[in-house]
Design a protein around this ligand. Structure first.
Ligand SMILES: [Fe+2]
Length: 387
């Protein structure tokens, strides 16, 4: 609990309207910026890209944009982004959007600087030796990637959605402008906030947790439960949006300390094989089964979480208090429209064998970070329960 190493090389700007002031924080970071966004075009449609462009011009920077990135970023797309960056002489990488844009910016910045193929890094054959500066501008309240050392990319040949971990990919600057989250539609608002909630819950109970991770995670949980329903019902509530963006950053700091655990380990294979599945939706389908499986191994932690959530915890036995977290999550999923099952995404029983293989292959570190480590059969059962 008291064995902690904390060094965050990221300058955090958290302020309404800060998107128009990016130039104040990127002095001498580079000469030509590449702004990476996802294919959907919402950053352009809602004017966030043009606000950023004006700011980059004020900084005297040249820039170009790359928008050929999926919401679950693929290695072939990131390889194309690297080639594009090389051809255009870019030396500063700005992720504008959700985790996909930020993680792609991280992967491009580090692969281009370190040399070689992206897949060598995704497959653990090589480690990054350097990285160009990265600026992260999250416009969703889910990822937390703006303040941590992870980038999640799907290796398309292996159909494996892997996390690259490197201290070199901490963004130099994270610009969090709550106003950029106002246009997020209700389903994405719910799914991204649910991702942040899963980060916080898994971090809080994980084997690698520590007091600092729990402090960040508790702050995230408190802010999410107080604001998630408000935002899904009324997306333009800037106070609630601000608190959710704050919470997702806190959860990002929590997992930077502790990583996630079994629920994330089980989600990655789903959105690797079913690329259209939003990561937060996949987590929403799995979280109830994960909670039920994990509760008994971390009852005291879940009692603390129940208190943080503001659930009634007076004279009940501890196990009942811990169970109230499970009951709350079920109710929350209903009220924010995330009452989903894996079968809703087209997943069927025949997929489960390969999912379990994947979990025990490239997601193994997160499996062992769970308070209760499952057997192969137990993982299969958890998928079946979520089907
Ligand atoms: Fe996540």
């Amino acid at each position: 609990m008291f064995s902690i190493e904390f060094s965050l090389p990221t300058k955090i700007i958290f302020e309404r309207g800060s998107l128009s002031k990016v130039h104040e924080h990127i002095d001498n970071l580079g000469a030509k910026a590449m702004v990476i966004m996802t294919r959907g075009g919402s950053m352009i449609k809602y004017g966030y890209y043009s606000t950023l462009r004006v700011s980059l011009e004020k900084a005297g920077l040249k820039y170009c944009m790359f928008t050929d990135i999926s919401s679950n970023p693929r290695s072939d797309e990131v390889e194309r982004a690297i080639a594009f960056a090389e051809k255009n002489g870019c030396d500063l990488f700005i992720g504008l959007g959700g985790g996909s844009a930020i993680d792609s910016a991280k992967a491009v910045a580090a692969t281009l600087a370190s040399g070689g193929k992206l897949t060598d890094y995704l497959r653990g054959k090589k480690e990054f030796s350097e990285a160009y500066p990265i600026v992260a501008i999250p416009t969703t309240h889910g990822t937390g990637s703006e303040v941590n050392k992870y980038a999640v990319i799907t290796d398309v040949e292996r159909k494996a959605k892997v996390s690259v971990v490197s201290k070199l990919i901490y963004p130099k600057v994270a610009v969090l402008d709550p106003e950029t989250t106002l246009t997020l539609p209700p389903t994405l608002s719910a799914a991204t906030a649910f991702d942040a909630l899963a980060h916080a819950l898994e971090s809080y109970v994980s084997r690698r947790t520590n007091r600092l991770a729990r402090m960040f995670a508790a702050e995230a949980i408190r802010n999410i439960v107080e604001n998630i329903e408000v935002v899904v019902k009324r997306g333009i509530n800037i106070q609630a949006r601000t608190r959710l963006l704050w919470a997702s950053m806190m959860a990002g700091l929590a997992i930077d300390q502790s990583r996630t655990a079994l629920c994330h380990a089980m989600e990655h294979p789903i959105s690797a094989h079913y690329e259209k599945v939003h990561h937060g939706m996949g987590l929403a389908a799995l979280l109830p089964a994960w909670l039920k499986f994990t509760l008994d191994a971390a009852i005291e932690d879940f009692v603390e979480i129940a208190e943080v959530m503001g659930l009634k915890v007076t004279t009940m036995p501890q196990r009942y208090i811990a169970m109230s977290v499970y009951d709350y999550i079920l109710k929350l999923r209903n009220s924010i429209g995330l009452n989903v099952r894996l079968s809703d995404f087209g997943v069927s029983e025949k997929d489960i064998g390969k999912f379990v293989d994947d979990v025990l292959d490239y997601m193994r570190p997160l499996v062992y970070n769970n308070p209760k480590v499952p057997t192969r059969e137990e993982i299969k059962k958890l998928y079946l329960e979520s089907l």
